[in-house]
Each structure stands twice: as C-alpha cells, then as structure tokens.
Design a protein around this ligand. Structure first.
Ligand code: ATP
Ligand code: MG
Ligand code: MG
Ligand code: MG
Length: 503
C-alpha cells in the first residue's frame, strides 16, 4: 500500500463513520480562528489548530472532523537517521468535539486497524498502552481483544505521564492547553513470532526498548485544560509549573496516526526511509551523484537520509511562507538547509548547490497531494538555491579553518576543542553549533558547550548594549536557540517579538 493509498483509506474509513474532511493547518501554528499560537514554533500535531474547538470558544460546523496534518517537530531532528523519526511527517487524525468519546474512539481504532476491509492487521501483532489506572480504556481494549483470542493483560500496558498524557509526552513539559490521558497503539515489527498470552508488562517494556514494538497511533481523551506558567521565563527548556487543571466544558477526542510510520509497518520495512515517498528523492540524489544505493549503515546512507528529511521539511516550511532567518522558525529552516548542504558537500560530494535540483524528487513524490509544492515551485527553488549558495560561500573557509585547528590540536595531543573557537565559527562562518559538534565528534574531539554558550551570551549582551537592545543575533538568546534545537517545536518568545513579524 502506498502512502497515498493509506492516506485515502484512513480518510474514507472515517467518512464512513460520519466525519468530514477539514483542511490541514499551516506549519506556522495558526488556529481555526486565525490566531497564532504563541506557545509553539510549528504545528506539530493535528490537534493544534483545533484548540478553540476543544475549549468550546469556537464551534465547528461539524462535530466529527478528519485531517491529514503536515507536522514539524524540531525536537525530533536529533533522531533523524533512526528508523522511525522524521522532522516532517504527516499525521492523520479523527476528532470529536463533544460528540463521541473513549469507547467509540477505541472501537474506531480497532476496526480500522484489524478489519480486513481496512488495514487488516493481525491482532496478535498489536499492543496498547493506557494511562496508569484508566480502567475505562483498559476495558474497551479488552472488549475487542478477548474475542480475538488474546488475553487483555498480555496486550495492554499501563504507563505514566511521560508517555501517556498528552501533551506531556510530546512536548516534554508543556505548553499549557487542552489535555488528557491517551492510549498509544503499537505494532510488532520483529521477525520473531508475536508474543503469546503469558506476555507481561515487563516483557513489553523490554521489547519496546529494543524497537520490537513501534508506535503507530495515539488516541487522546481530551478532558481538561492544563494551566501553567514557565518555571523560568528566560529558559523555556525548563518547562512549565502546573497551576491547575480545570475540566473543559465537554469531552473530546483527538487522535494522531503517523502516516509515514504506519507505512513502514504495512510495507514490512525496517526503516521509515524505505517508504515510497522517499524513493524519488533518493533517485534524484543518486542520479546527480552518478552513484548507486549506498551500503547499509554507511555514512553515505545516513547523509542521504538527512538530506531527504531536511529538504522535505525545509520545502514545506517555505511553501507555508517561512523564510530563512536568524530567529525562531526562520532559524530552524536555515539550520535544516545548512545541515543538508553540509552532508551533501562533505559526504555525498556535491560541490555545487544541489538541494533545489533534488527538490524535483519531492515534487514527484508529493506534489500530487500537496499542490503548493508545484504552485510555489519557483519560490521554493529560489529560496533553497540562494540559501545554499550563501552558506557554501563561507562553508569552505570555515571547514578549512576547523581542519587546521584540529590538526594543531592533534599535534599538541589534545582532544578537546574550545567553546570560544566554536562560537567564532558560528559568528564568522554561520556554523550552527551542532554542525561543529558533528565534525568534531567524527574526528574524536570533544567540545566545551558551556564555554560556547558563555561566549554567545557575552556577544549578545555586547551587541544589545551597542544597538539599544536589538541584538546582532536577531534577539535569539542562547536559551531560545537551544530550545529551537531541543524542544519538539515548542518554545516561548518572551521578550522576543519576531514571531508575528515573521509569520
Ligand atoms: P514517539 O513516541 O514514537 O516519539 P510520539 O508519542 O511522540 O511518538 P505522538 O505525539 O503520539 O507521537 O504523535 C502521533 C503519531 O505520530 C505517533 O503515534 C507516530 O505514529 C507519529 N509520529 C510522531 N513523531 C513522529 C516523527 N518524528 N516521525 C514520524 N512519525 C511520527
Ligand atoms: Mg510515544
Ligand atoms: Mg516523540
Ligand atoms: Mg504518542
């Protein structure tokens, strides 16, 4: 089944259950009332645009909706190259706003997953996590498992807030908003026989950690409004202090099925990069290089994957009006293009701008559903080409300097690179810290990140003083920059007014 077919199948299933298709939100997180969600950098889930519907402050025309929502999670960027996480992915979601609740949502999920007419997955290969003592969710899954010949206790695990309470699970410690316990659905991807009826929660935890169970879908039972404030307004990474959790006016359902993730399972693939949408992109890269499929586990394979993932994310960002810049979303976009350029230049041997050519592979694979990739082609191609050209101009000088510095350190039998030097590379050559770190670690060097941050903070203070508080770094503080690196698309912009201007 292709990604396109799976998308359509999901939407048709839920249409047959009284749902209406609703347009996806922009990657810039505007909600259904047109308000920008200031607590987020990107739309990272299908429910983001619907917060006003969950809160009852706006009313949908229809109480059952479905979407296919493009999502960006910058917090997952570090996981790029693993088998299941992308920085951009599509999330399929069915939503109920005060209409059906837990029992019906679970029944829909079970039917879509197992019914022969739909996905027809073997129930023995499925398992379900619930939030601690959510007995109702337990009983609903048990209701379906028992007649399938499966002992409920062998397939349902009880987990804590970090994985089974939205949005704590995806947005490490916030941000505040509609929330509730959730139930995740997992598929057994191991070559081994699926477990029997004597399987325990301990077994499950071990096997999940070993990658044998892959999460494909998440049902969230939205009931409360999580209220909170930042623990430390100058460092949003520390997350939120909980102020209260009043009940919402009605109970709602929010689900998210990873389209790309589920396509791995249906295709029997090992990695998310084996699904069909990536193949035209890889074909373009290989055609340009005049090279074949790189060996499994090689540097070239990893580089191809980073290029494919980042190019896709970057292109969808540009299509939604984000431009490269030094703050917020623009900076995330810039980093994606720079990381992809670097992989292309250092590992794949592209000495000229290439991303805008590889872009045609993306148009081929996704342009039929996402027509903005075609309508906005010129803008996207030009932005990619300009940004890559700009970066390449300084890249070679910076790389040469870094290589010389590493040689000097080797001669002195030192293996630690100074944070101040890393800051200079960032300042002069536009090397994001992670790129410097990546090059250093490839050659076995360590880096003092604290010294880097201190140098960055110092430079910001200096430039604020010099310019009456408009920093040369566009107002990105070290904390905010790290947030953009580390948090799953969420950040706060206290004291930084670039968001609206940019959006
Ligand atoms: P995981 O635990 O695997 O990181 P999650 O619990 O953070 O996933 P949710 O917030 O529940 O993910 O999102 C709903 C669905 O979206 C997941 O069940 C998964 O199928 C998919 N998904 C989440 N993150 C990614 C990603 N980085 N790349 C591809 N698909 C993803
Ligand atoms: Mg999860
Ligand atoms: Mg996650
Ligand atoms: Mg989940």
């Amino acid at each position: 089944m292709t990604v396109r077919e799976l998308r359509e199948k999901y939407l048709r299933f839920f249409e047959s259950k009284g749902h209406q298709r609703f347009p996806a939100a922009s990657l810039v997180p505007y909600d259904v009332t047109g308000r920008l969600d200031e607590s987020l950098l990107f739309t990272g889930a299908g429910m983001i645009q619907f917060k006003p519907f969950f809160r009852g402050v706006a009313r949908p025309d229809h109480l059952r909706l479905i979407t296919c929502q493009p999502c960006v999670r910058t917090g997952d960027i570090d996981e790029i190259g693993d088998d299941t996480h992308l920085s951009f992915f599509e999330m399929l979601g069915n939503f109920s706003f005060g209409d059906y609740f837990k029992a019906q949502a679970i029944a829909f999920s079970w039917e879509f997953l197992t019914d022969k007419q739909w996905l027809g997955l073997d129930p023995r290969r499925l398992s379900f996590s619930i939030f601690e003592d959510d007995e109702e969710a337990y009983n609903e899954w048990a209701f379906w498992l028992t007649p399938a010949g499966l002992e409920p206790a062998s397939r349902i695990v009880r987990l804590g807030e970090e994985s089974n309470y939205w949005p704590a699970n995806a947005f490490s410690a916030g941000p505040p908003g509609p929330c509730g316990p959730n139930s995740e659905m997992f598929y057994w991807t191991s070559k081994e026989e699926p477990p029997g009826n004597d399987y325990t929660q301990e077994d499950w935890v071990r096997d999940e950690a070993a990658g044998k169970w892959v999460e494909i879908w998440n049902d969230v039972f939205i009931q409360y409004e999580w209220q909170g404030h930042l623990k430390d307004p100058s460092n949003s990474k520390l997350g939120y202090e909980k102020d209260g959790m009043p009940e919402l006016p009605f109970k709602s359902i929010d689900t998210g099925m990873g389209l790309d993730r589920t396509a791995i399972v249906l295709g029997g693939h090992k990695s998310i990069y084996e699904i069909d949408v990536f193949q035209p992109i890889f074909a373009k890269i290989r055609g340009l290089r005049g090279a074949g499929v790189p060996p499994a586990g090689s540097r070239e394979e990893r580089a191809e994957r980073i290029v494919a993932d980042h190019l896709r994310t970057a292109s969808f960002c540009i299509a939604d009006g984000i431009l490269p810049g030094n703050t917020g979303r623009g900076y995330v976009l810039r980093r994606l293009i720079r990381r992809a350029t670097l992989q292309g230049q250092r590992v794949l041997g592209f000495n000229e701008p290439f991303l805008h050519i590889v872009y045609e592979g993306l148009v081929e694979s996704m342009g039929d559903f996402y027509t903005s990739l075609i309508d906005q082609r010129e803008m996207i191609v030009e932005t990619l080409r300009n940004e890559e050209t700009l970066f390449r101009r300084t890249l070679s000088n910076g790389l040469r300097l870094l290589a010389e510095q590493m040689d000097a350190l080797i001669a002195q039998r030192k293996s630690s690179y100074s944070g101040t030097a890393a800051f200079q590379l960032y300042d002069t050559y536009g090397f994001p810290l992670e790129i410097t770190q990546e090059i250093l670690s490839e050659s076995g060097f360590t880096l003092n990140v604290e010294a880097y941050e201190a140098a960055l903070a110092e430079a910001q203070i200096r430039s604020r003083k010099a310019q009456g508080d408009t920093s040369a770094y566009g107002g990105v503080t070290a904390a905010e920059e790290l947030t953009a690196d580390d948090a799953p698309g969420f950040t706060t912009f206290l004291g930084y007014s670039g968001v609206d201007a940019e959006a």
